[in-house]
Write a protein that binds this ligand. Structure first.
Ligand SMILES: *Cc1c(COP(=O)(O)O)cnc(C)c1O
Length: 443
């Protein structure tokens, strides 16, 4: 079947461009591009047939279709040849029923989509596999790409470095010095990328990488390149698939550069267009108060002004001038969108409180959980609502944050759930006494 996808201008300028062209903005108006699928061709299968096909492939070993991104290849990037795909089995992460945490909030149907349980520990793998696979095909077809490059708040560079290394493609990553976690800095180093640690913030790195990629041989891997969003949108499809093709009422996602919120919306829109779902969830974007330009726009009839992002523990979303803001606003207008913010104390306490129910949350997930708590308290989310919180990275990448919290070292935070190890001599009686005292304290 001749499925087809092309780049189109999001502002509606005429013209379409092959996915193999290294263009990131509309040549006419320089707005962003998006990938547009030939929906007529995709209706050759019924909704039921698509669901069956995706279920048959899900997590099986027929390469590359066991990846939950490539299992939906026709909806993502139909023209890629299987031999070009650079996949490390992305997607298929657990959708955790947050039974105990939900009960604490008076909810029965709360789910946390653990996207951080992925090859490089964040949901960025979903999109990076698509971008690097397209680059691989361009190279195989004789195109001149010397390297792939990105600016990053940590997770994009980790993901790009891993996928580029798997595909044998040189990678360049630009990071704001001192603003990514130790684990995130080490990932691209280990994978052999050229790591440039710049004396600026993410927005500064972004400005430089855009200039760098004007050079023909350097391919831009930021989410401004909408190939990434095609992979990211599969999270929406996968959530519905994991709920036995039922739609949640509300999805909460942390937002920084704001590519992912539109990817989420695009996934739901495509399912609706092809008849797999017959209603849309409400989409909530959660921002850190220290970097809240979308929240401000939401408060101000969607009039957007960039801000200077202040330091936040949620370092992956410390972005003041999000590249995909227009796409995000469009998505939120279509999905009864809400934007809410969380302070540093709120995000840290929400992450820690949920950790007490068995999770291990990164600070960005903390932002989303804090927003959930606020919306529940305000009655904007019902007790009976089926809510999915998108957890974007593994807590294991944010040891500095966790340790700082439990050792009461995070600025302006007096932790409510701090838990520190009890240091004891090599002595049975001391251990016994401590256990008994602890048991008395918790009973
Ligand atoms: C990239 C990232 C986000 C934000 O995604 P955007 O598309 O930039 O809004 C949130 N959390 C984590 C852990 C991330 O790496």
């Amino acid at each position: 079947m001749a499925y087809r996808a092309v780049f189109r201008c999001i502002a509606g300028c005429p013209g379409d461009y092959p996915l193999w062209d290294p263009i990131y903005r509309c040549p006419t108006c320089s707005d962003l591009l998006e990938v547009s699928h030939d929906l007529d061709a995709l209706t050759d299968r019924s909704a039921v047939a698509w669901m069956r096909l995706f279920d048959e492939r899900y997590k099986r070993t027929t390469w590359p279709y066991g990846s939950s991104v490539w299992g939906k290849k026709e909806w993502v990037c139909p023209d890629i040849r299987d031999e070009s795909v650079v996949s490390m089995d992305e997607g298929g992460t657990n959708l955790l029923w947050a039974e105990r945490f939900g009960r604490e909030l008076g909810m029965r149907d709360l789910w946390v989509k653990l996207c951080g349980n992925s090859h490089t520990g964040s949901f960025k793998d979903l999109g990076m596999t698509v971008l690097v696979s397209v680059v691989q095909q361009i190279i195989k077809d004789g195109g001149t790409i010397r390297a792939v490059a990105c600016a990053s708040t940590g997770d994009t560079s980790a993901s790009l470095a891993a996928y580029a290394a798997a595909g044998g493609i040189p990678a360049i990553v630009l990071l704001p010095r001192g603003k990514v976690s130790t684990a995130q800095l080490l990932q691209p180093i280990a994978n052999g990328a050229l790591v440039l640690s710049l004396d600026t913030d993410f927005d500064g790195c972004m400005a430089i990488v855009q200039r760098l990629s004007q050079d023909e041989g350097i391919y831009l891997a930021n989410s401004m390149n909408s190939l990434r969003l095609e992979g990211q949108k599969t999270v929406a499809i996968e959530i519905v698939q994991q709920l036995d093709w039922q739609i949640p009422d509300v999805v909460i996602i942390p937002g920084g550069n704001l590519g992912n919120v539109s990817a989420l919306g695009a996934g739901f829109d495509l399912m609706a267009a092809l008849g797999l779902i017959n209603k849309q969830p409400q989409i909530v974007v959660a921002q850190a108060e220290a970097a809240n330009p979308l929240y401000r726009a939401y408060q101000n009839d969607w009039v957007f002004e960039p801000v200077a992002a202040k330091p936040t523990q949620a370092s992956a979303i410390q972005i003041g001038n999000p590249v995909s803001v227009r796409k995000a606003i469009r998505t939120l207008q279509r999905h009864r969108g809400i934007v809410e913010q969380a302070s540093e104390a709120e995000l840290a306490e929400a992450a820690a409180r949920a950790d007490r129910t068995g999770m291990y949350n990164c600070p960005h997930t903390g932002v989303a959980l804090a927003v959930l708590i606020k919306l529940r308290e305000r009655g904007l989310i019902d007790a009976s609502a089926r809510v999915v919180v998108v957890s974007t990275a593994s807590g294991l990448k944010f040891t500095d944050f966790k340790l700082g919290y439990h050792e009461s070292r995070l600025p302006h935070i007096t932790p409510q759930y701090a838990n520190t190890p009890v240091e004891l001599p090599n002595d049975y009686d001391a251990v016994r006494r401590t256990v008994d005292e602890h048991a008395a304290a918790v009973s």
